[in-house]
Design a binder for this molecule. Structure first.
Ligand code: HEC
Ligand code: HEC
Length: 323
């Protein structure tokens, strides 16, 4: 990501903020991005957070930034079943997209992390991801006079964990992807979807049960549930690891399906390569696990209907905020 792009994006945001004061319609564009009271969104903070997000000094060996696993060209995922951390370590799970993460009500597959600010600490310290510590990161970044100046001018304090977590989370909040063809259809532009895609949306939302857990606009209900991926989840029992509660074995946060055609492979362990494979998983009724949601039931679709469902899912792509 070069500097020109951040300037462009900053300018765009300033325009949006400007509009925010003048026009009622534009007001919704900007005011729809939620943020915590103590961390308002500003163009300077987004640009600072973006630099940090792409800064490899955040990892122990200076070889890996947040963007190594959350690549803009892959809707902020990395295309691997499970991410690779420092020195080739295998991360525990598949990297989810962070587009629209400002709207998420909980983070990580366990759904245990409550804010984006808090989340920043996790990959930095995880020995299977960046393998460093906030102390170590601050020691390296504080040598950079530009960073010290930005911390002073934007936050009026020294470069510290407060600054790093607030800046990165603000950049993440700016990554909005809600102008897909499906959104245009939903806003009333009837020709935005073709007949095949529309038939797929009807399957997804009416004939089948998908919207019970993946409803618009975010295509997730944010709950932590089991879709019956396995009969035995093996070493990763999902949210069970947080409290050791039997009923949480095999439960994972329902992922958003926005940009899903760009984020393969699928599921917490990246075990499914294609959307067709995912659909077959559901049509087979999922594996027989005691915590599998009762909503998941066997169904049958023709080949045409499977294609229609895939076509609909492919309409959820919107990379305009990224490019
Ligand atoms: C080594 C690869 C890797 C790196 C580096 C990495 N992440 Fe992640 N990220 C992941 C994986 C894997 C998950 C899912 C972990 C889980 O759910 O247990 C994740 C989850 C997330 C989530 C939660 C998304 C959701 O849907 O709940 C956010 C936000 C996030 N990362 C931001 C960051 C930021 C910010 C950085 C840099 C400070 C970063 N990541 C660095 C791999 C990585
Ligand atoms: C009971 C809730 C529930 C229902 C109903 C449901 N899902 Fe899911 N879905 C989940 C959960 C939970 C996951 C993540 C599971 C995991 O990672 O182990 C998931 C994952 C997915 C993924 C993979 C996303 C990714 O980024 O990895 C796709 C695609 C998907 N579901 C599509 C569908 C479709 C299509 C339907 C309807 C046939 C459907 N889901 C019905 C809960 C549900």
């Amino acid at each position: 990501m070069n500097f020109n792009k951040s300037v462009f994006f900053g300018a765009l945001l300033i325009i949006l903020i400007g509009w925010n004061c003048s026009g009622p319609e534009e007001k919704t564009v900007f005011s729809k991005i939620p943020f915590p009271k103590d961390n308002p969104i500003t163009a300077e903070k987004i640009a600072f957070g973006k630099r940090l997000f792409f800064d490899k000094r955040l990892s122990r060996n200076n070889e890996m930034s947040c963007a190594t696993c959350h690549r803009p060209d892959k809707a902020f995922t990395d295309g691997l079943p499970k991410s690779k951390g420092v020195n080739g370590a295998l991360a525990m799970r598949n990297a989810p997209s962070i587009l629209n993460s400002s709207y998420f009500k909980r983070y990580m597959y366990d759904g245990e992390v409550k804010t984006l600010e808090e989340q920043v600490l996790v990959p930095i310290q995880d020995h299977r991801e960046m393998g460093s510590s906030m102390k170590e990161v601050l020691r390296k970044l504080s040598k950079d006079s530009r960073y010290r100046e930005l911390a002073k001018s934007i936050f009026n304090r020294e470069l510290d964990a407060y600054v790093v977590t607030r800046a990165i989370s603000t950049y993440e909040r700016s990554l909005i992807s809600r102008s897909s063809r499906f959104d245009r259809y939903r806003a009333g532009e009837k020709t935005a979807l073709n007949a095949n895609e529309l038939a797929g949306w009807k399957l997804f939302s009416e004939k089948l049960y998908c919207t019970k857990c993946h409803p618009a606009p975010d295509f997730t209900n944010y709950r932590v549930l089991s879709n019956g991926l396995y009969r035995d989840y093996g070493t990763d029992q999902g949210r069970f690891r947080i409290n050791g509660e039997e009923k949480e074995k095999g439960t994972f946060k329902v992922p958003s399906l926005r940009n899903v055609s760009l984020t393969a492979p699928y599921m917490h362990d990246g075990s499914m390569k294609t959307l067709k494979e995912v659909i077959l998983h559901y049509s087979n009724g999922g594996a027989d696990h005691p915590n599998k949601s009762a909503i998941i039931q066997r169904f049958s679709l023709t080949d045409l209907e499977i294609n229609q469902l895939c076509s609909f899912l492919e309409t959820l792509v919107d990379t305009s905020g990224v490019n």
